[in-house]
Ligand binder design. Structure first.
Ligand code: ATP
Length: 271
C-alpha cells in the first residue's frame, strides 16, 4: 500500500525517567490522509507515542518528524504552529459541563482565531452537523448522553480543520452501537477532511473496520506486526493471532511478571 509519510517516528527511544525505557528504538510511519490504528495491551506506550508526536515530551534519541519538520520541543514557536495543525481527542475528552454544546465547539475558534462571531456560528453548526448533532447545539453538556458527548468532543477537535487528528481510546466506555457510530464517524471525517488520523485503542474489531493501516505494539514499543487490517487478520503469527482474535491463551501472558505465588504469600517453607 502507498503510504506518503505525514508523521515519522524514526528510531525513537524514550523513558519518563532514566530507570525505565518506555519506547525502545521505535520506527513507524503514519501515512498522509490515512487512518492508522495502534493497538497494544495496556501500558505498552501508546499514549506516550501520542505525547511525543504532540511535542509534550522529547525523545531521548531519535526523531519525530511532522510533515517533514523535525519536532524540537524547545522551539516554542514551532510547537505552537504545529499544534494548530493538530486536533487531539483524549480519552473522555473533557468538555466544559457548564457551557452549551455550541459554546464548547466554538471555544477553540474563539480562543485561537479572530474570526467574526457570525462566521464562528456557521463553522460550529457545520462541525456539529458533521457529527449529526446540529440540533443539540443549545443543550447543556450535562443534558447529553456519553455517546453524544464523545461526538461533541470530536466536533470540537475538528473545529480548526486539523491536518492531523489523534484519538486516544475513542471507543472506551461506549456501548456497541455508539462504538459503531463513532468508528464510522472517524472514517468519514478522515475521508471528507483529508486529515491524517491516528488512533490508539483496545477495540480490535472497530479499528480493523476503519483503518488503512494497523500497528500492533508490545511493551517497550516493540512492533509485533503492522500492515493492512487484512494482513493482520490473515497473519499466522501466534502473537498476532492471539491479539487480533482476543484468544486468552498464547504468547501474550495474562499475568504481569511477579515472584512465584508461594513466595508472595509466605508459603515457601511449609512444604
Ligand atoms: N507521566 C508519566 N510519568 C511516568 N511514567 C508514566 C507517565 N505516563 C505513563 N507512564 C508509564 O509509561 C508506561 C506506558 O504508558 P502509556 O500510557 O503510554 O501506555 P498505553 O499503552 O497508552 O496504556 P493504556 O492502553 O493503558 O492507556 C506505563 O508503564 C506508565 O505507567
Amino acid at each position: 500500500m502507498d503510504r506518503d509519510p505525514f508523521i515519522e517516528i524514526d528510531h525513537v527511544t524514550f523513558g519518563y525517567d532514566s530507570q525505565r525505557t518506555i519506547l525502545n528504538d521505535v520506527s513507524l510511519v503514519f501515512g498522509r490522509g490515512q487512518v492508522t490504528s495502534v493497538l497494544g495491551n495496556s501500558g505498552c506506550g501508546k499514549t506516550t507515542l501520542l505525547r511525543l508526536i504532540g511535542g509534550v515530551h522529547a525523545p531521548s534519541s531519535g526523531r519525530v518528524v511532522f510533515d517533514g519538520e523535525v519536532i524540537n520541543t524547545r522551539d516554542k514557536d514551532q510547537l505552537y504552529r504545529l499544534r494548530r495543525r493538530l486536533g487531539m481527542l483524549f480519552q473522555f475528552g473533557a468538555l466544559f459541563t457548564d457551557l452549551t454544546v455550541f459554546d464548547n465547539v466554538a471555544f477553540p475558534l474563539r480562543e485561537m482565531t479572530d474570526l467574526p462571531e457570525a462566521l464562528i456560528r456557521d463553522i460550529v453548526l457545520m462541525k456539529l452537523d458533521a457529527v449529526g448533532l446540529r440540533g443539540a447545539a443549545p443543550l447543556k453538556i450535562s443534558e447529553v448522553s456519553g455517546g453524544m458527548a464523545r461526538r461533541i468532543a470530536l466536533a470540537r477537535a475538528i473545529a480548526l480543520d486539523p491536518e492531523l487528528i489523534m484519538y486516544d481510546e475513542p471507543f472506551a466506555g461506549l456501548d456497541l452501537i455508539s462504538m459503531g457510530v463513532a468508528a464510522k464517524l472517524i472514517r468519514t471525517l478522515t475521508d471528507v477532511t483529508g486529515a491524517t488520523t491516528l488512533l490508539i485503542s483496545h477495540d480490535v474489531p472497530e479499528c480493523m473496520a476503519i483503518s488503512d493501516w494497523v500497528v500492533l505494539m508490545a511493551p517497550g514499543g516493540r512492533i509485533v506486526a503492522q500492515g493492512t487490517p487484512k494482513d493482520l487478520m490473515d497473519s499466522t503469527d501466534p502473537e498476532v493471532r492471539q491479539f487480533v482474535r482476543g484468544e486468552p491463551d498464547g504468547p501474550i501472558k495474562f499475568h504481569y511478571p511477579a515472584p512465584p505465588v508461594a513466595e508472595d504469600f509466605g508459603l515457601g517453607g511449609r512444604a
